[in-house]
Design a protein around this ligand. Structure first.
Ligand SMILES: [Ca+2]
Length: 171
């Protein structure tokens, strides 16, 4: 019985990991406050460092559900999104809550940096920034560095990812 349950769980995880097609990462689920060190959404792993979930009780006005993710104030916030099957970065939504903050997006394939994009928000209200240097590139890890310090405070939501050509997960 235990073996059967474990097998079903493993199958469930595999099904999640094999989800195909474009997805929108919305950072919904965890409560407001310090972001979990690791979470999962739409078949992707999300690993965070010095990141905060902000809900509608605070500044949360996200574009994929009300929650958004931010760097911890004055920290070196990072949000890594990973999948075993390579994928592509399409766009992200980023807004300024103070100053003109930047979010840096680095795409890696294995140990190699494939390309880096940098987006600057200049006012309140989320703006969708489409991938630039990373457009059409094949990656298996996207690392986002959302600025939040006294020079600029930003919030991030609705990270759109898609399967990389020739790398669609088996269904
Ligand atoms: Ca959200």
């Amino acid at each position: 019985m235990m073996r059967g349950i474990a097998g079903a769980c493993a199958l469930g995880l595999w099904t999640a990991a094999a989800q195909a097609g474009p997805v929108s990462i919305g950072f919904e689920g965890p409560p407001e406050g310090a972001a979990p060190a690791e979470m999962a959404e739409d078949g992707y792993r999300i690993v965070t460092r010095d990141a905060m979930i902000s809900g509608p009780g605070k500044s949360g006005d996200g574009t994929d559900g009300p929650n958004e993710i931010e760097g911890a104030m004055g920290g070196r916030g990072a949000v890594a999104i990973l999948r075993g099957v390579p994928f592509g970065f399409v766009s992200l939504d980023w807004q300024a809550e103070g100053g003109a903050p930047q979010v840096v997006a680095e795409g890696y394939l294995g140990p190699d940096l494939v390309a880096r994009d940098r987006f600057v928000a200049r006012g309140p209200g989320f703006v969708t920034f489409a991938a630039g240097a990373l457009a059409g590139r094949v990656i298996d890890r996207l690392i986002l560095y959302p600025q939040r310090d006294r020079r600029g405070m930003g919030a991030l939501d609705r990270v759109i990812l898609d399967d990389a050509p020739g790398h669609a997960p088996a269904s």
